[in-house]
Design a protein around this ligand. Structure first.
Ligand SMILES: Cc1ncc(COP(=O)(O)O)c(C=O)c1O
Length: 453
């Protein structure tokens, strides 16, 4: 009998995070101070981040030990299971072997708490009492709310307005864990008020919500800012996913040929794939595929250049694939994939030709999600369904070509708070959007031109 589940015990939870920075063949371009356009100094970040996280952002150490107190909290849901998708393989009649790592078993329902608890821990140790953050789909906001409640900290969440309207129960969840949640753009910050003055009906975007949360942290005593994706230290914390997955695939006795994940700011995919990049560098034949929506085609249509992480231009300039920081995406249902940029680390790997991008429309993505729900049972988050669609396409290609590849993808979260999106799909009400090339050119023409790094 072929085993469906590859399970690890609590003693197998990795005791360190994997830092790829010292192993990169070429170094990443440094983040720049937006005022001087010179590489930032750690002290530039200390107004909104604790020093321990700033050090992790730039660390030369390959393995960073996970503190004991965090191991204890991780053991609430880690290690997470890896499944062989036997039913999906059968439905597709494919010779491919499909494996998925399931991060939806965490209390908030996604991979996001892997970094949320780490960020709350280091902030608490630095004497911080309150965190401010943004959330798109509500997954990150609920993860940080969960983490703050564990560490007895306050949490203020700026939730992108379209998701605030589409996902009332994600807001309830954050409130259960004790957070204050407002729809963004809000009247609580100058950045929000400026946007509302220009466009009172703004649906919001992650870029706008980040501006609000950064401003909140900079203007409130004892408050820091916490980001759920994009930055090196966030991807670092998420490598716990990939480190477990490596052990699980070894136990299954297979080597992955294609490693797939959905990509919003890059944290679940980065965390899943980074520990496998070593194997590729050592000569293994592995393709890495980062999947995004055609409505927010950062890797497939964006440009690799310096841009701000937020709409109000408050963050450092980061070299990344971007659609322009004032990009406001269409109201697609994968709220967590509607960010204008992408992690500088993943962007670097795309530029180096190690990772490739793929973009899909939301209707076929939901079609794949439903095939998955009917075969494997789990109703996936719309974001994670992008990874499923790529895995299904790969498995169909294997059938056409008669090859038996091993496909592994990260199922970053469940979709039990996304049923309004499934309703809309089943009622044929979902529209497909393609973000026009001219709009990207226009938005990029407003960026500072920096080519010295
Ligand atoms: C379930 C899920 N997957 C993926 C993402 C995308 O974020 P990231 O690319 O940082 O993993 C989100 C973001 O909210 C999410 O909720």
């Amino acid at each position: 009998m072929i085993e469906r589940k590859i399970l690890l015990g609590e003693k197998d939870i990795p005791r360190y995070w994997y830092n790829i920075l010292p192993e990169l063949a070429t170094p990443m371009a440094p983040p720049l101070n937006p005022g001087t356009q010179k590489p930032i100094d750690p002290s530039d970040l200390s107004a909104i981040f604790p020093m321990a996280l700033i050090e992790q952002e730039m660390s030369p150490q390959k393995e960073i030990p996970i503190p004991e107190e965090l191991m204890d909290i991780y053991s609430l849901w880690r290690p997470t299971p890896m499944f062989r998708a036997l039913n999906l393989e059968k439905a597709l009649d494919t010779p491919a072997k499909i494996y998925y790592k399931y991060e939806g078993v965490s209390p908030p329902g996604s991979h996001k708490p892997n970094t949320a608890v780490a960020q709350a821990y280091y902030n608490k140790k630095a004497g911080i009492k309150r965190l401010a953050t943004e959330t798109g789909a509500g997954q990150w906001g609920s993860a940080l709310s969960f983490a703050c409640s564990f560490f007895g900290m306050e949490c203020k969440v700026y939730m992108v307005k379209v998701s605030y309207q589409q996902k009332p129960y994600r807001r309830s969840m954050m409130e259960v864990w004790g957070s204050t949640v407002v729809p963004s753009p809000s009247t609580d910050t100058q950045a929000g008020r400026n946007i509302l003055a220009r466009d009172p009906d703004s649906l919001g975007s992650l870029g706008i919500a980040i501006s609000e949360a950064v401003e909140d942290a900079a203007t409130h005593e004892g408050t820091n800012y916490s980001l759920g994706s994009v930055l090196n230290h966030v991807l670092l914390h998420q490598t716990i996913v990939g480190l477990e997955s490596k052990k699980q695939l070894e136990i299954a006795g297979v080597k992955p040929n294609v490693i797939i994940g959905c990509c919003g700011g890059g944290s679940n995919y980065g965390g899943f794939m980074l520990p496998f990049v070593r194997d590729k560098m050592a000569g293994e034949d592995i393709r890495f595929v980062a999947v995004e929506p055609t409505a927010c085609p950062t890797f497939t249509k964006g440009e690799f250049r310096y841009d701000f992480g937020d709409t109000a231009q408050m963050t450092p300039l980061m070299k990344m694939y971007t659609l322009g920081h004032d990009f406001v995406p269409a109201g697609i249902h994968a709220g967590g994939l509607r960010y204008h940029g992408d992690a500088p680390l993943l962007s670097h790997l795309v530029k180096e030709g190690i990772v490739e991008g793929a973009a899909y429309h939301q209707n076929p993505v939901f079609e794949s999600a439903i095939l998955f729900a009917k075969t494997e049972g789990i109703i996936p988050a719309p974001e994670a369904a992008h990874a499923i669609m790529a895995a299904v396409e790969e498995a169909r290609k294997c059938k056409e070509e008669g090859v038996e590849k091993v496909i592994a993808f990260n199922l970053s979260g469940h979709g039990y708070f996304d049923l309004a999106a499934y309703d809309a799909y089943l009622a044929n009400k979902l529209e497909d959007y393609e973000h026009p090339g001219e709009k990207i050119k226009e938005a990029l023409s407003r960026l500072p031109l920096i080519d010295s790094y």
